[in-house]
Design a protein around this ligand. Sequence first.
Ligand SMILES: NC(=O)c1ccc[n+]([C@@H]2O[C@H](COP(=O)([O-])OP(=O)(O)OC[C@H]3O[C@@H](n4cnc5c(N)ncnc54)[C@H](OP(=O)(O)O)[C@@H]3O)[C@@H](O)[C@H]2O)c1
Length: 344
Amino acid sequence: MSGPRLAVVGATGIVGRELVALLEKRRFPASSLSVFSSGRTRTGVRFRGRRLRAASADMRRLAECDLVFLASSETVARRLGPALARRGVWVIDDSSEFRLDPEVPLVIPEINAGALSPRRRLIAGPNCTMTGLAVAAWPLHRRSAVREIRIASYQAVSGAGRSALSEYFQQSERRGGFAADGRAPLPRRHPARTLPRPIAGNVFPQVGGFDAQGHTGEESKIASELRKIWGAPRLRVSATAVRVPVVRGHSLAAWLRFAGPFPAARARRLLAAAPGVKLRRTGDYPSPADCAGTWPVHVGRVRAGVDARELALWIVSDNLLKGAALNSVQIAERLLSLGWLNQT
Ligand SMILES: NC(=O)c1ccc[n+]([C@@H]2O[C@H](COP(=O)([O-])OP(=O)(O)OC[C@H]3O[C@@H](n4cnc5c(N)ncnc54)[C@H](OP(=O)(O)O)[C@@H]3O)[C@@H](O)[C@H]2O)c1
């Protein structure tokens, strides 16, 4: 097959596996795909019917590619991203390392594909929680600027990576599965290494570390990345990010405040026509269990807030897909359609 030479670094992680699967599912015209990992494990991934063995990330081999997806840590992104971009390789990074760098476009194609430039080869994919909010509220913000947003997030365990997920499964097993009545005791000695508290049968308002003002890393990312993607530096955002015992799919309760009245009926009309958004009819609503594995950002419960200038929304999206892998593949598809990606 002709097409650009691709690589995925972190291909054995939960985002990386989705990336590889999407490249196949969406028939991305790659002439080759190389996959990389820490090199510590002997795992591989399947692509177009073949099993690819993941090798440890190797600068020489990566520099021979046209496009490299980074789905690994900030440290790996720092080591590889700028060096590859300087050699003319397109790099799409899912980590938070470069998202707020003014030289690096932070892109959600439905919103700001115009930030892409042939001169800026390192591109950042945004935070998975912020993405659902940004996509869902964008058609409303375009009609009438949002002044203020308050959100509470309900974030899946997979958002914290493979090790958090296995921690959750271990804790669930130790509880003998899920106790529907919530009375089963939490294990006293839970194997919590990645998450700050036991997550099986629990929720806690901490995603990331705390800053001096008491905000968590996730809450700050939601605010600062949204301002950058929307180009709205004065947008006021207040967030409480909560981890919940859900495998996959981030949910958000959001309240948007406008300068003037914004009727819910108008919001529903705009959302029904918005790219990347799936609006549920009144009386129905999305939940992670029915949105996991799907591509759009799902919106429901669209209604007035405390007064006519406020709208309340319920938003659910798959953190591994639109929140990470799908958004990156969509950026790559955009580079391809712009004719900026080499066709070998
Ligand atoms: N999970 C989400 O919902 C989500 C959403 C948006 C963005 N992100 C970001 O996407 C990135 C990947 O997240 P994830 O959830 O997929 O994490 P993960 O499941 O923990 O996977 C991490 C991947 O990185 C690889 N890796 C570790 N050290 C490496 C090294 N020195 N060189 C090359 N590869 C190395 C791992 O390989 P081994 O298999 O060899 O350990 C694995 O493939 C993170 O930056 C995360 O913040 C995640």
